[in-house]
Design a binder for this molecule. Structure first.
Ligand code: COA
Length: 374
């Protein structure tokens, strides 16, 4: 294998679940649950109604795709109910990951036999082991190489891209698939008014390769940077030592075995951290705001993205400079910036430079500067 190969993004892939929940459907379901809860718990603090106007104004989200709409909207269930499949059938998370990988492979004209590694990088994993990535490897028919899982919450994709790029640079691999199957509906508390509107399900994939084998049109990776800084402001305590309520029916509106956050603190602390990181990383690459044709930012909140883009570009970003997919996908955790890139990069021309950026729980953040070639 060649040493010090230049890593590039050859292609990306996307799988979007067909079902989608509008804010109106979501709020009707939540309000019906709240009414039932209040009737059943006359001595408890009553739950107040959610509202479509609040959700859209506070987050920019109008709808979200999910794998199991009916169970999520049923006020008696309010979580996805997916039949547990026998071990000889593909697991749901691997299935949507495979769909995104196939899309990326097909777009690059890449045969799976030429891929050396698969990294399943996502904010939650369906099981402890065997790794989801190894199941995806088997399903894709990749008979050599290696695969493993990694989890850095919403930053998983950029951490996966840097890891893949480092394998390419070191000569340990020439073609690496990073896949982000995000079934966020399984760790969102649909009974929590403060956050029930946030997440959506999706899968994305990124094919990172050595430049000399990449298709003529690709994205050179100019530089990657990762950052972590511990915070309890976004947390999920579900784990193998404390299983209660994780991803299954919960009895109440607050469960620390599902996603919980201090949304205001996240907003206030993460915006300056990420903006500073982007500006600093750009300057070490000899870039400034004016050099950046487009920002593909993590899709958590429209207000956060507006502020980060403004600090990086030096002016209020328009939709062309900082595209949004949050409105129809919701927050898709690690996949958000990759969907934004996937759907909004074909129109750029050779020499255009942009930034893929993620941020989220940990805290964690990742920046990947790319330049179009071909
Ligand atoms: N419907 C109607 N009103 C609601 C509501 C809902 N679903 N949820 C909260 N509210 C109310 C609150 O009760 C509160 O009312 P009050 O002022 O009378 O007390 C008011 O709206 C403001 O609530 P708050 O939680 O402070 O909202 P916010 O303006 O901070 O917006 C977030 C909430 C979550 C959208 C916002 O904080 C955010 O996006 N933060 C960053 C989150 C993020 O990116 N997380 C990362 C995950 S990766």
């Amino acid at each position: 294998m060649s040493i010090s190969a230049i890593p590039v993004i050859s292609s990306t892939g996307l799988y979007t679940p067909p079902e989608s929940i509008s804010n109106a459907e979501l709020v009707a379901s939540y309000n019906s649950y709240a009414d039932r809860y209040n009737a059943a718990h006359p001595d408890a603090e009553p739950l107040t109604h959610s509202s479509v106007e609040f959700i859209e104004k506070a987050s920019g989200i109008k709808s979200r795709h999910v794998i199991d709409k009916a169970s999520i909207l049923d006020p008696d269930i309010m979580c996805p109910r997916m039949e547990e499949r026998p071990n000889d059938q593909i697991s749901v998370m691997a299935e949507i990951g495979v769909a995104a990988c196939k899309d990326a492979l097909q777009r690059a004209g890449r045969d799976i036999k030429d891929v050396d590694a698969i990294l399943c990088a996502a904010s939650n994993l369906q099981r402890a082991y065997p790794a989801m990535a190894i199941e995806i490897q088997m399903e894709l028919g990749m008979e050599h190489g290696f695969a493993f899982d990694l989890n850095v919450a919403c930053s998983s994709a950029t951490f996966g891209i840097q890891t893949a790029a480092d394998y390419i640079r070191s000569g340990n691999a020439r073609s690496v698939l990073v896949v982000n199957p995000e079934i966020t509906s399984g760790h969102l508390n649909w009974r929590d008014r403060d956050s029930h509107f946030i997440f959506g399900d999706v899968a994305t994939a990124i094919l990172v390769e050595a430049k000399d084998i990449a298709p003529a049109q690709h994205w050179e990776i100019l530089g990657t940077r990762l950052k972590t800084q511990f915070s309890n402001n976004i947390r999920n305590n579900f784990g193998f030592l404390n299983r209660a309520h994780g991803g299954i029916e919960q009895d109440g509106p607050k469960s620390d075995k599902l996603f919980i956050q201090e949304g205001r603190k996240v907003f206030k602390e993460v915006v300056p951290m990420v903006a500073e990181m982007i500006v600093d990383h750009a300057s070490t690459l000899g870039l400034n705001g004016a050099d950046l044709r487009r920002l593909w930012l993590h899709q958590a909140n429209a207000g956060m993205n507006r502020l980060i883009a403004q600090r990086v570009l030096g002016h209020e970003a328009n939709a062309d400079e900082s595209p949004t997919v949050l409105d129809v996908y919701g927050n898709t955790s690690s996949a958000g910036s990759i969907i934004a890139f996937h759907l909004n990069s074909d129109d750029l021309t050779a020499g255009d430079t942009g930034l893929i950026c993620s941020f989220g729980a940990g805290y964690s953040a990742g920046t990947v500067f790319v330049r179009k070639v071909g």
